[in-house]
Design a protein around this ligand. Sequence first.
Ligand SMILES: *Cc1c(COP(=O)(O)O)cnc(C)c1O
Length: 360
Amino acid sequence: MERLYNFSAGPSVLPEEVLKQAASEMLNYEDSGMSVMEMSHRSSVYENIVSEAEASLRQLMNIPDNYKVLFLQGGASTQFAMVPLNLMVNSKKADFVNTGAWSKKAISEAKKFGQVNIIASSEEATFNYIPKLDPNAFDKDADYFHITTNNTIYGTVFKNLPDTGDVPLVADMSSNILSEVIDVSKFGLIYAGAQKNMGPAGLTVVIIREDLMGKAEASVPSMLQYSIHAENGSMYNTPPTYSIYIAGLVFKWLQNLGGIEAIEKINNQKASLLYDFLDQSDFFKGTVVKEDRSLMNIPFLTPSKELDAAFIKEGEKRGFVNLKGHRSVGGMRASIYNAMPVEGVQALVDFMKEFEAAHK
Ligand SMILES: *Cc1c(COP(=O)(O)O)cnc(C)c1O
């Protein structure tokens, strides 16, 4: 069977070059006589893999020296609790913007540990926009300010970051990390599950400013303290070794492409292909207000539920898979992460044109 065009929201498409390289190295990695999966995480050959992965990520994102990069497990969902456990340590208050289901989960976990102040929400409109933020509502005394930069389910993205002054900005970047240039120094902490834009499930990347570590109460389990992972170079326990290796290959693939500036251009080109088509169509329509549209996740609808279902079914036959939208939005969603080639989006748009002509 041919490889399909996989528009899954996550786990999602990986670069074909990376999969081929991993396949070629599967049985015997660089003359080590074994697979990366079989190696001790304390071996020098594996230590090289981790340190190269970290160096590549630091180079790609231009991560300042006073930030630690941690390779953890437990997904972004564990970070929903780990962030408050480590950061809600002074006023025990945090500001949140509610931009969707993932924000809500982060909020409900944080509430277990302190006082959560919801600055703004777009829930009344099924989260189809990013709410305007009134800086007067920000709590200057908060331990941190949390946003979900890209809302995977609804297809919105923060185009402008809130200016939180001395309050550390914390971001769930699971679905848009490495998709566009960002200034890491604007954040206190960034976290992201790998399975959207970095690699296989099982790895969670945390980028944390050093001064925010080491303040968790002693009762916080060791595995949930950033400082313990940092002191041990992400090797306090066995890390997700194979996922880190694949993520390292994805980072190298991005470096070879020309880094984040280069992939951002390609991502803009891919998203424009789809949005320009949606904007001129009187059959398909996007669900998100124009100014807040995501480059990564693009939800859209036909005129009826029946046609949505027919589109998804016909698409599957043509090799376009995982286009069904999240149940809270309905319709379709095309997730076009870094590894989705331009040809994949062009082929989808061609199919949409054909479907529109046949069903209008
Ligand atoms: C997928 C996703 C999550 C959940 O990630 P897990 O790794 O499954 O815990 C959280 N936040 C965002 C923005 C996501 O896209």
